[in-house]
Design a protein around this ligand. Structure first.
Ligand SMILES: *Cc1c(COP(=O)(O)O)cnc(C)c1O
Length: 413
C-alpha cells in the first residue's frame, strides 16, 4: 500500500507525463485561462473563450459593423450562415458543402427540422425519441406530437448508457416518421452508433435526426458517409462560440427540395429583398433560415473552428479518449472507494468527451468545488459531470479536479 501522500504525488507525476506527451498541448495557450480557475471541467456545457476572441469581436464591431454599416449585409453577412456552415461541415461534420447552416438556437432548429421531417412522411404517425434525451429535445417532441396529432414512441435506455440498435429495433415500423436521438448522450456521455442506427431507421422508411450538441468538435462525425438526413448542434459547447451562440443545422442535399420547414421567414425566401407578396422557399439549404442571422454572435466560433481544423478531428478525438481514460482511472482509484458509481461507458469506443459519476452528496460537493475554482457540473438526481474539452483541458486539471472531488467528499462524509 502506498500512503495517500505519495499516491497524490504519483498522480501529479502521471498527469505531468501525460501533458508532456500530449501533441496538442501547445494549443492550450490559445484559450483564456484565469488563475482563479483551478480546473475547468465543464467545457461540454460552455467552452472557454479563445484569447483572440475579445479582439475578434471588437474588430468586428469597429471595422465590419462600425465601418461598413448596412453595406456589410451585401458584402459579407448575407452568406455568413452558409459560409460558416460549410466550413464547420468540412472541419467537423464530414459533410460536403451546401448542407449546413448557422441558424437559430438548437431548440428552434429541432422544431423546424422535426416538423419538416414529419411533413415529408405523410401518413406515418410516430416520432421516436429516447427517455434520457436532453429535456429540450423531449419537450419539443412532446409539443410537436400534440400539435400534429402524432404519437411518441419512447426508447428506454439505462441512465448510464444510451440507445443501441437493439433498443430501437422494436419501436421502428411503417408508422415511424422521424427518430430523434443524441449522438453523445448529455448525461452519460454514451456515444451512439450513428451509422448503424441511421441505416436501421432508413430500413423502416423513416428519417433520422441526430442531435450533435455533445459530439460536434470532439467526436469523428461522418454525416455524408452515414447518410444522415438531418442534424442539429450547439456551437457554445465544444465549439466555444460563447453563451447563446447560434446553433447549426444540417439537411442532406437530396432532401432539401422535398422538405418544407414551418417557420418561413424572409431570410429563407427565394429573394429576401424582392419584398414578394408570398413566400417561395430559397433553393437549397437557405430555405431553412428564418429571420436575420446572428452575425455578431457568430464571430467567436470562427476562431475555434479554425483551431479544430489546425489540430484535426482525429487528434482531438485521440486526446479526448486519453483524457477520459485518465479520468476513469482516477475515479476508480480516488472516488469509487468512497461509494461513487461510474455512470458512463467504460468502452472508449462508446464514450464521448465527458464522464459522469453518481453519489448522493454531489449536489453539495459541486457547490463547494465551484467556490474553489474547480468547475464540473451537476446533473440530477446525483450526477457530477466531468467534461473534458480536448484543446483546452490539461491532464493536470483532470487530476486537480478529481482530487478536489475526493477531498470535498471526505469533508462532507
Ligand atoms: C445543450 C443541448 C441543447 C441546448 O439547446 P439550446 O436551444 O441551445 O438551449 C439541446 N440538446 C442537447 C442534446 C444539448 O446537449
Amino acid at each position: 500500500m502506498t500512503s495517500p501522500r505519495s499516491s497524490a504525488a504519483d498522480i501529479t507525476a502521471r498527469a505531468a507525463a501525460l501533458d508532456a506527451a500530449d501533441p496538442l498541448r501547445g494549443l492550450r495557450e490559445r484559450f483564456l485561462t484565469p488563475d482563479e480557475v483551478v480546473a475547468y471541467l465543464d467545457g461540454n456545457s460552455l467552452g472557454r473563450p479563445l484569447r483572440e476572441t475579445p479582439r475578434r469581436v471588437s474588430d468586428f464591431v469597429r471595422d465590419a459593423w462600425g465601418g461598413r454599416l448596412i453595406r456589410g449585409w451585401d458584402e459579407q453577412w448575407m452568406d455568413a450562415p452558409t459560409r460558416v456552415g460549410d466550413r464547420l461541415a468540412e472541419v467537423a461534420l464530414g459533410a460536403a458543402a451546401g448542407q449546413t447552416f448557422i441558424g437559430d438556437s438548437t431548440s428552434v432548429l429541432l422544431y423546424k427540422l422535426i416538423r419538416a421531417a414529419i411533413a415529408a412522411r405523410p401518413g406515418r404517425r410516430e416520432i421516436v425519441v429516447d427517455r434520457d434525451n436532453f429535456p429540450t429535445d423531449r419537450f419539443l417532441v412532446e409539443g410537436i406530437a400534440a400539435e400534429c396529432g402524432l404519437d411518441i414512441r419512447w426508447v428506454p435506455s439505462a441512465a448510464d448508457a444510451g440507445v443501441r440498435p437493439q433498443d430501437l429495433a422494436p419501436l421502428l415500423g411503417p408508422d415511424t416518421a422521424v427518430v430523434v436521438l443524441s449522438h453523445v448522450a448529455y448525461r452519460s456521455g454514451f456515444l451512439a452508433d450513428a451509422a448503424a442506427i441511421t441505416a436501421q431507421v432508413h430500413d423502416a422508411g423513416g428519417l433520422m435526426l441526430w442531435d450533435l450538441c455533445h459530439s460536434v468538435g470532439v467526436v469523428s462525425t461522418e454525416l455524408d458517409r452515414w447518410s444522415v438526413d438531418l442534424a442539429v448542434g450547439c456551437t457554445y459547447k465544444y465549439l466555444n462560440g460563447g453563451p447563446g451562440s447560434p446553433a447549426f443545422g444540417y439537411v442532406r442535399a437530396d432532401l432539401q427540395e422535398e422538405l418544407r420547414q414551418p417557420l418561413q421567414g424572409w431570410m429563407g425566401a427565394a429573394d429576401p429583398f424582392d419584398m414578394a407578396e408570398s413566400y417561395r422557399p430559397a433553393p437549397g439549404i437557405r430555405r431553412f433560415l428564418t429571420g436575420t442571422p446572428s452575425i455578431l454572435a457568430m464571430q467567436p466560433m470562427l476562431g475555434m473552428i479554425e483551431l479544430i481544423a489546425q489540430a484535426g478531428i482525429p487528434a482531438v478525438r485521440a486526446k479526448s479518449v486519453t483524457l477520459t481514460e485518465f479520468a476513469l482511472d482516477l475515479v476508480d482509484e480516488q472516488l469509487v472507494p468512497s461509494g461513487v458509481r461510474l455512470a458512463s461507458p467504460r468502452d472508449a469506443d462508446r464514450r464521448g468527451s465527458h464522464v459522469t459519476v453518481d453519489h448522493p452528496a454531489f449536489r453539495a460537493v459541486t457547490q463547494r468545488l465551484w467556490d474553489r475554482g474547480v468547475i464540473p457540473d451537476f446533473r440530477p438526481p446525483d450526477g457530477l459531470r466531468i467534461g473534458l474539452s480536448p484543446l483546452s483541458t490539461s491532464f493536470a486539471e483532470v487530476a486537480a479536479g478529481i482530487g478536489a472531488v475526493a477531498t470535498a467528499l471526505r469533508e462532507l462524509g
